[in-house]
Write a protein that binds this ligand. Structure first.
Ligand SMILES: O=P(O)(O)OP(=O)(O)OP(=O)(O)OC[C@H]1O[C@@H](n2cnc3c(O)ncnc32)[C@H](O)[C@@H]1O
Ligand SMILES: [Mg+2]
Length: 197
C-alpha cells in the first residue's frame, strides 16, 4: 500500500492521458507532466519497461511528485514484433497518420491469417526520482491488423487494430469500452490492485 494523494502522469500523449485519467478515476489526484515541462525525455531503453521507468523518473525529478509513466506500442507478428518500442517513431516522428500508412504498406501482401498483433503496455510508478523499487505492471491486448482504417475514436494505431472479442476496430469502440478491454486497462487493473485502490 502506498500513501500518496497526488501523482503526476508522465505522458505527453493526449490520448493516453485521457485514458489513464479515466481509469484512475477519483482514486488519486492526477497532475500532468505538461504542467511542469514540455520537454520529452529521450526514450533510450531497449524495452517497454525500461522506457516506462525512465519516463517516470524524469517526471518525478521535474515535478517533485510520485510519477506514473506508460510506455506502450504495437507488436506485429509478421514484422517480428515491430514497430514495438518504436511505435510512436515508426514513420520518423511524422505522427499517427504516417505511422498507420507505413504499417499498411509493410503488411500489403500479408494474408489475413498472418496479420496477428498485440498492443503492449508497461506502467511504471516511482515514489520519487531515485526510487530503487518502481512498481511495474504490464498488459497485452491481442488482435490483428486491418487492411484499411476504421473508426474515429482513440488515437495512434486504433483505426487499424481489429479486436476479435468485439468484432470491430479499437477506434470503433466507445472510450468506456476500450478502457475496460485494452492493454492499458489490463496493466492499470493490476496497478490499482497493487496499490490497494
Ligand atoms: O511517451 P509518451 O509521452 O507517453 O507518449 P508517446 O505517444 O510517445 O507514447 P509511447 O512512447 O509509449 O509510444 C506509444 C505509441 O504506441 C501507440 N499506442 C500505444 N497505445 C495505443 C493505443 O491504446 N491505441 C493506439 N495506439 C497506441 C501510439 O502510436 C503511441 O504513440
Ligand atoms: Mg514516447
Amino acid at each position: 500500500m502506498i500513501d500518496f494523494k497526488e501523482l503526476v502522469l508522465a505522458s505527453h500523449n493526449a490520448g493516453k492521458l485521457k485514458e489513464l485519467q479515466a481509469m484512475l478515476g477519483d482514486a488519486v489526484r492526477v497532475r500532468s507532466i505538461g504542467e511542469f515541462s514540455s520537454v520529452e525525455p529521450e526514450e533510450t531503453g531497449l524495452s517497454f519497461v525500461e522506457n516506462a521507468i525512465l519516463k517516470a523518473r524524469n517526471a518525478a525529478r521535474i515535478s517533485g511528485l510520485p510519477a506514473l509513466a506508460d510506455d506502450s506500442g504495437l507488436a506485429v507478428d509478421a514484422l517480428g514484433g515491430a514497430p514495438g518500442i518504436y511505435s510512436a517513431r515508426y514513420a520518423d516522428g511524422q505522427g499517427d497518420a504516417a505511422n498507420n500508412a507505413k504499417l499498411l504498406a509493410a503488411l500489403r501482401d500479408v494474408p489475413d491469417a498472418e496479420r496477428g498483433a498485440q498492443f503492449v503496455c508497461a506502467l511504471a510508478l516511482v515514489r520519487h526520482a531515485d526510487d530503487p523499487l518502481p512498481i511495474l505492471c504490464e498488459g497485452l491486448w491481442h488482435g490483428s491488423i486491418l487492411h484499411e482504417a476504421r473508426g474515429e475514436h482513440g488515437f495512434g494505431y486504433d483505426p487499424l487494430f481489429w479486436v476479435p472479442e468485439t468484432e470491430c476496430s479499437s477506434a470503433e469502440l466507445p472510450a468506456e469500452q476500450k478502457n475496460r478491454l485494452s492493454h492499458r486497462a489490463r496493466a492499470m487493473a493490476l496497478l490499482l490492485q497493487r496499490l490497494g485502490l
